[in-house]
Design a protein around this ligand. Structure first.
Ligand code: ADP
Ligand code: F6P
Length: 322
């Protein structure tokens, strides 16, 4: 293999640049040219490829977002779109593709593999909902950002004796909410995986008041069965929990920022390993971190299996919120 391509796809995540850099520099080590595809599958369909030299990936290790940009593309979800993408790759004599992205992007990668094109996946998404890896690129940085926000909000919650409802991202996964709840000292965490009624949330906040706390913080995953806005309205209208209620939706600030040391390391290792695995002839797999090792797992498994939430963390959140 002498010429491969790399793209970042789906939601951007801090550390994607470090992964691009690792793919390019590992390519140089093996005398393989690496082309960057701009704006994910959209750029692939448009033939928007650019040779990435070592200098092009200089100074990007510490930058959030992705220098290749990203996009979501409906046409690529069709077989015709995928064939068109293959045609563009073949026109440029590209022999393999590294896709850095979330579970949707990895579904796209699997589709290309099934059409016979060599593809390697790298998990990049703040949601940590990808099966086959303990952590995805960007999760650690996003968690640090969320915890920092929680700490700041708690300052004002304590000063005003308020209960704050804080919504975090994660799409259908409660991973970020649960971890942020534990690490940020929340009184209650609401995730899509474990239903908690609005009345139970009220009871938990009231319990914090009765036990003499000067504030209460509830962390709510965006994928929970009710919206943070509806919860705030319900509590304000129907319940007197002792604290005044305020809400804060953290939004896209969770996706930006310079990657943490952990994410730089994870992205560098996975980027390097993805290219090496491709040169070894692997395809249709994702490289993931399991314990202290990097493993190849089939994209078929990655896209069909569900990453379970560890029950012990719910228990930890409950006990530490006393
Ligand atoms: P993420 O990768 O962060 O989960 P998306 O779910 O939006 O983000 O997926 C990113 C892109 O991957 C989509 O816009 C689409 O181009 C492609 N994709 C998603 N699902 C599929 C699928 N089932 N088959 C082919 N391509 C897909
Ligand atoms: O997958 C990352 C993520 O930030 C999710 O947590 C969130 O649901 C989604 O992307 C938001 O997507 P967009 O940036 O298109 O609004």
């Amino acid at each position: 293999m002498k010429r491969v391509a790399v793209m970042t796809s789906g939601g951007d995540a801090p550390g994607m640049n470090a992964a691009i850099r690792a793919v390019v520099r590992t390519g140089l080590e093996h005398s393989v040219e690496v082309y960057g595809i701009r704006q994910a599958y959209t750029g692939c369909l448009a033939g928007d490829f650019e040779l990435l030299t070592s200098r092009e990936v200089s100074g990007i290790l510490q930058r959030g977002g992705t220098i290749l940009q990203t996009a979501r593309n409906e046409e690529f979800k069709t077989v015709q779109g995928q064939r068109k993408a293959l045609r563009r790759l073949n026109e440029r004599n590209i022999e393999g593709l590294v896709v850095i992205g979330g579970d949707g992007s990895l579904r796209g990668a699997l589709a290309l593999h099934k059409l016979g094109f060599p593809v390697l996946g790298v998990p990049g998404s703040i949601d940590n909902d990808i099966w086959g890896t303990d952590m995805s690129i960007g999760v650690d940085t996003a968690l640090n950002t969320i915890i920092d926000a929680l700490d700041r909000i708690r300052d004002t919650a304590t000063s005003h004796q308020r209960a704050f409802l804080i919504e975090v991202m994660g799409r259908n996964s409660g991973y970020l909410a649960l971890m942020a709840g534990i690490l940020g000292g929340a009184e209650i965490v609401i995730t899509p995986e474990k239903a908690i009624s609005m009345d139970d949330v009220a009871a938990a906040l009231e319990d914090s008041y009765v036990r003499g706390k000067s504030h209460a913080v509830a962390v709510i995953a965006e994928g929970a069965s009710y919206s943070t806005t509806d919860l705030a309205a319900y509590l304000t209208k129907n319940k007197n929990v002792g604290f005044e209620i305020r809400l804060s939706i953290l939004g896209h600030m969770q996706r930006g920022g310079s990657p943490s040391a952990f994410d730089r390391r994870l992205a560098s290792l996975l980027g390097m390993r993805a290219l090496e695995a491709m040169l070894e002839g692997q395809s249709g797999v994702m490289v993931g971190m399991q314990g202290r090792t990097i493993q190849s797992v089939s994209l078929e498994d990655v896209t069909t299996k569900t990453r379970e939430m560890t029950e012990a963390y719910y228990e930890l959140a409950r006990i530490l919120s006393r």
